[in-house]
Ligand binder design. Sequence first.
Ligand SMILES: Cc1cc2nc3c(=O)[nH]c(=O)nc-3n(C[C@H](O)[C@H](O)[C@H](O)COP(=O)(O)OP(=O)(O)OC[C@H]3O[C@@H](n4cnc5c(N)ncnc54)[C@H](O)[C@@H]3O)c2cc1C
Length: 334
Amino acid sequence: MIQENIDITRRHTFGIATRARAWADYSSVDELRILLQEAHKQQWAYMPIGEGSNLLFVKNYEGLLLHSAIKSLNVTTSLNNEVLVQAGSGWIWDDFVAYCVAQGWYGVENLSYIPGTVGASAVQNVGAYGVEACDVIESVTLLATDTLKECTIKASDCGYGYRTSHFKGDWKGMYIVTAVTFRLSTTPHYTLDYGNLHQWVGDTPTLQGVRNAVIEIRRKKLPEPHELGSAGSFFVNPVISREHYSKLQEKHPDIPCYEIDEQRVKVPAAWLIDRLKWKGKSLGGAMVYPEQPLVIVNTGNAKAGHVVQLAQDIAFSVLMEFGIAITPEVNYIY
Ligand SMILES: Cc1cc2nc3c(=O)[nH]c(=O)nc-3n(C[C@H](O)[C@H](O)[C@H](O)COP(=O)(O)OP(=O)(O)OC[C@H]3O[C@@H](n4cnc5c(N)ncnc54)[C@H](O)[C@@H]3O)c2cc1C
C-alpha cells in the first residue's frame, strides 16, 4: 500500500516540485488503521492529504501522506423534506456537489467547483457565495490517530468558524476524517444574496442553474488548478475593530467591509492587496493572479521560497499601509 520516495508535484495544486518520503491511498477505515500502525511503528511523521488544494509544501515532506479513497455514500434518513447523506472522505468535493444537485438536494450548490475532497471540506469549513460547509454538515466521522477508534462528532462540537475548525486548531493531528454527514433539503431554497449570483441566475432560479452560474463565475475569476498552479485564496479576510475601520475610512473612504458584530467588521483582503497594486506582480515563478489579487499562482517554475517571500512582502505592505496583519489561509507544510 505504501509507495516510498515519491514525486508529489502533481498531487498538490500549487504544482511546485516536491517529493515525499511515502504516500499511501486507503479505501477503508481498516486500511487506514494498518497504515497508522505502520507509521507509528516506523516512527514516521504522517499527514492526511486530499487533493492538496490548500497546501504549500515549503520543503520535501519527510513523512507519510495518507490519501483517502473512501468513496462510500449512504442516505441515512429521508424525512420532513430533509435528507441526511453520509459521504466517504475520498469523494472529490465537486463530484459530491454535482451528485446532490442531480438528486434535487439543496444546500451545497453554492459550493460548486471548489477543489478538494469531502474529508477536507469538514476540516477547512469551505465556503463560497454566502454558504459554508458547516451550514449543512450534520456530523463528522473520524478515526482517532492514537487509539485507532472511530467516533462521530456533531457539527456543533467541531468549533466551526470562518475557514476554520477544531481539526485545524486544538485537535490538529488527533483525527482523520473518514466520512461526513450532510443535512440537505429536498424543498427549494436558495442563497443568492452574495456577490452577483442573483444577477446571474435571474428571478426564477433552479438548483442546476445556481450550480452552473457558480461554476461560470468561478471559471472567470479563478485559475484552473490543472492550467495554473495555486492554492486558492492565499490569505484569510481579516477581522478588525469598528474603531480601526473608522480610522481607515478617513484615508480610504471606499474601503469595503462585511458586518461581523457590534464591535467588529471583516475587510476583504483582496481589496487591501489590490489597493497596494500587487496584481500581476511576481517574484521568481510566483505571481499575484491578475484577475484575483488574493490568489498567488505558480507561473511554471516557482519554488516554495518564491511564494513564501511574495506572501511575506504582500502581508508586510498591508501591515504598513493599513495596520492590519493578514494571515495565510494556505497550510504551510514543513
Ligand atoms: C483554485 C482554487 C479555488 C479555491 N476556492 C476555494 C473557495 O472558494 N472556498 C474555500 O473554502 N476554499 C477554496 N479553495 C481551497 C481548497 O479548495 C479547500 O481548502 C479544500 O477543502 C481543500 O481540500 P483538499 O482535499 O485539497 O485538502 P488538502 O489541501 O489536501 O488538505 C487541507 C488540510 O486538510 C487536511 N485534510 C485533508 N484531508 C483530511 C482528512 N480526511 N482528515 C483530516 N484532515 C484532512 C490536510 O491535512 C490539510 O491540513 C480553493 C483552492 C483552489 C486551488
